[in-house]
Design a protein around this ligand. Structure first.
Ligand code: PLP
Length: 341
């Protein structure tokens, strides 16, 4: 099976398994896991922030950020396709008493024009608008990368409006590699950032939250409350250390394969892929309703040993990752051609 459903389906490589076996470990709740401490220093350094916190998942890291920045009754602004609003089980409300205001955003990317005027005035009738959350690359928005100036404008606007800003950078390294911008430059304007190790970096689990020393101190407390206090977590953090050193630059290969897949199927009847995409490892494929339903195409492709995901009532998503090679992409293109031509 060629599995293009998600970049979360990767299995650890032999080198990653070796890194796990050899990892020095200790009790992280006591601050004594040398591998987690190393990973947190590496993440803080790569993102140019004072500190970082290893988390179980990117969802957990995002929700810790919501909790650190907000108090119950507060409101967070986010694009209408943002993961924190649509894919995290209503967690801002469930865990932190925070309401989400979804802002319509082309390609999942917010700009100042869309945000201006949205924060409520300080008045007891309104929720207190406290946080703006961005996503880079966008996921459901279409796998797009923010232009750096747009990030700078939005974070400067947020500061001016008295809001905190959080970047859901589950695929931040994809954005950095695709645009050629330094991760530190992407991170610079944000109060906090989430990174995910179990997406393109290929780890079995794990994520990180980065921010100021004080925010990460509060985040450590929030993580404990959410049941994420780790003991000898270095056994898995070791894989993230390995991935930061070995699996970042190679994301360019995933992007090239996504582009090749799009090129190979874009002209098939019944399909459309936005002209300005793919920009990263996510290929969104719009299906003409005259052909049928996305789930029908999913099952026809499955018969040909290619797995893709449904991403809406007319959309499919194909994702390239560490376990997909050039030959797999050619085979996937052939399967699409066989089904649609
Ligand atoms: C996958 C994803 C997450 C959540 O990651 P988990 O580690 O699966 O919780 C958060 N944000 C975005 C944009 C994602 O794509």
């Amino acid at each position: 099976m060629i599995d293009l459903r998600s970049d979360t389906v990767t299995r650890p490589t032999a080198e990653m398994k070796r890194a796990m076996v050899e990892a020095p470990v200790g009790d992280d709740v006591m601050g004594e896991d040398p591998t987690i401490n190393l990973l947190e220093e590496m993440v803080a350094d790569r993102l140019g922030k004072e500190a970082a916190l290893y988390c179980c998942t990117a969802t957990q890291a995002n929700q810790i950020a919501v909790r650190v920045h907000c108090t119950p009754g507060d409101e967070a602004l986010i694009s209408d396709t943002g993961h924190i609003g649509v894919y995290e089980g209503g967690a801002p409300a469930a865990l932190s008493g925070v309401s989400i205001r979804q802002v319509e955003a082309a390609r999942g990317m917010l700009d100042v024009a869309a945000l201006e005027g949205l924060p409520w005035p300080d008045n007891c009738h309104h929720p207190r608008t406290r946080l703006v959350c961005l996503e880079n690359t966008t996921n459901l928005g279409g796998g797009y990368c923010y232009p750096l100036p747009q990030l700078e404008e939005v974070t400067a606007w947020a500061r001016g409006a008295g809001l905190k800003s959080h970047l859901d950078g589950a695929r931040l390294f994809n954005a950095a590699v695709a645009t050629g911008e330094a991760p530190r430059a992407i991170a610079a304007g944000f109060d906090t950032l989430t990174l995910c190790f179990s997406k393109g970096l290929g780890c079995p689990m794990g994520a990180a939250l980065a921010g100021s020393r004080e925010q990460i101190r509060l985040a450590r407390r929030a993580r404990k409350i959410m049941g994420g206090g780790l003991r000898q977590g270095g056994i898995v953090a070791a894989v993230a250390v390995y991935a930061l050193e070995h699996h970042v630059d190679r994301l360019a290969e995933d992007h090239a394969r996504a582009a090749r897949l799009a090129e190979g199927i874009r002209c098939l009847p019944g399909l459309a892929i936005a002209e300005d995409s793919p920009q990263s490892n996510l290929v969104f494929i719009d299906l003409d309703p005259a052909w049928g339903k996305p789930e029908d195409l999913v099952s026809r492709l499955r018969e040909r040993e290619v797995l893709v995901g449904k991403a809406g009532s007319r959309r499919l998503r194909a994702v390239t990752h560490l376990d997909v090679g050039d030959a797999d992409i050619e085979a996937a293109i052939a399967a699409f051609c066989a089904v649609l031509r």
